[in-house]
Design a protein around this ligand. Structure first.
Ligand SMILES: [Zn+2]
Ligand SMILES: [Zn+2]
Length: 247
């Protein structure tokens, strides 16, 4: 078994060689990236609107003013979400919008590390990372996964599980019903559309566990909440929901 230091050193060396052979072009400014092993350059990375303060304690909704750290927003008070806490890396704006669009629809898997950096930035701030047992992606319905050839949430979950050195579980939570795309719906319609769309099929893996649930973009939180409800029905102790960006 190789030590973590040696593994990191090897990775760093591989990244250096790759950088020399294939310069990475920043999707924000079109110049060669100066971040080792990453596509987004330091300049553009610094302009991403990260969500690291002034948030609803429960859903991570950015709030105006200077809310107390335990403040729960009106949306959560009206409809309590099923996750224990949700956090997003950044606002869905500027470079994050184009990066996540390319990642989802244009097979831009080379952006995985960049997007994971944004998520990783909020993990330790938002959650008790040491308590996480399993990393679980929001599943796609099987026909949609075939159309798109991959599940972008799963790609991010794979990367995060590796970075956190936690078990990845892509098989216990299933989408059991096809749903219409949420984009045209308002918050209430989204909740109805996604209701009971997920189920836990292997409760022995979920029962008593603290789960990091991963998606690419959070809008109203209806999907993350519904997945969390299914995980809780399956016996999960705690569900932390994380996404790269928030609309
Ligand atoms: Zn740039
Ligand atoms: Zn809230």
């Amino acid at each position: 078994m190789i030590s973590a230091e040696l593994r990191d050193a090897r990775k760093g060396f591989t990244a250096l060689i790759k950088d020399a052979l294939y310069p990475r072009i920043c999707p924000g400014c079109g110049r060669a990236s100066d971040r080792a092993g990453r596509c987004i350059c330091w300049d553009c990375f610094g302009r991403i609107e990260v969500l690291d303060g002034g948030l609803c304690a429960l859903c991570g909704n950015p709030l105006t003013g200077n809310p107390r750290s335990d403040f729960i927003c009106a949306l959560c008070r009206q409809n309590k979400p099923s996750f224990d806490r949700a956090r997003s890396g950044a606002l869905f704006s500027g470079i994050m919008r184009s990066v996540l669009h390319d990642f989802k629809y244009n097979n831009a898997l080379w952006l995985t590390a960049d997007i994971s950096d944004i998520i990783e930035g909020v993990l330790s701030v938002g959650f008790d990372v040491n308590s996480i047992d399993l990393v679980v992606p929001v599943p796609l319905f099987r026909t949609r996964e075939r159309e798109r050839s991959y599940n972008q949430a799963q790609v991010l979950a794979v990367e995060l599980a590796e970075r956190l050195d936690r078990r990845l579980d892509t098989r216990s939570l299933k989408r059991v019903r096809a749903t219409e795309t949420q984009t045209r719906f308002n918050a209430a319609q989204r909740r109805v559309n996604i209701k009971d769309a997920f189920a836990v099929v292997r409760t022995q893996w979920i029962r008593g566990r603290t789960i990091l649930l991963v998606d690419d973009v959070m809008t109203t939180g209806a999907t993350l909440s519904e997945c969390s409800a299914a995980l809780k029905r399956g016996g999960a102790r705690t569900v932390y929901a994380v996404s790269a960006a928030r609309r």
